[in-house]
Design a binder for this molecule. Sequence first.
Ligand SMILES: [Zn+2]
Length: 187
Amino acid sequence: MNIKISEVASLPSKFGSFKVKAFKQGEKEHLVIYKENLDEVPVVRVHSECLTGDAIGSLKCDCRDQLEFALKMAEETNGMVIYLRQEGRGIGLLNKINAYALQDKGANTVEANHQLGFDADERTYEIVPFILKHFNISKIKLLTNNPKKIESLTDIEIVQRVPIIMIPNKHNKDYLNVKKDEMGHML
Ligand SMILES: [Zn+2]
């Protein structure tokens, strides 16, 4: 893996005072947001980019709520958020918007991905062990509802799963049900 790593910078935010470091993997530039005095076994959130949710506040999904929850928890527990630039569960922004267009016509999130020729989830996490090793972290508590993410994160000792509980809204209720019923999320 050819990865470029930035310097450390301070980032005061609405959710706490963090340190940030960027990791450039090919075309993708990821961001690690963490507390300077990291816990020995930190709570870590691996968040994949969702421009419509994270930046625009889309109610079609729960990404922004999860991100805010994770940043608050990082502040409270001296943890870390690894923000991976794999938009739209790994299919990119353009394909994601095409999937949304199919959803406007009645497909659910999984069906829409399949109609476009993708798997329900195309994300990969091979950079995560690299990042954790960089920070000398060998054990983590993983903040997730997604059991597949636990399976994908090989080479990392996950001592505990910390759930993220979100309150559904009327726009994302069906989406969350598909995540639960068809993608195995523990909601
Ligand atoms: Zn989202």
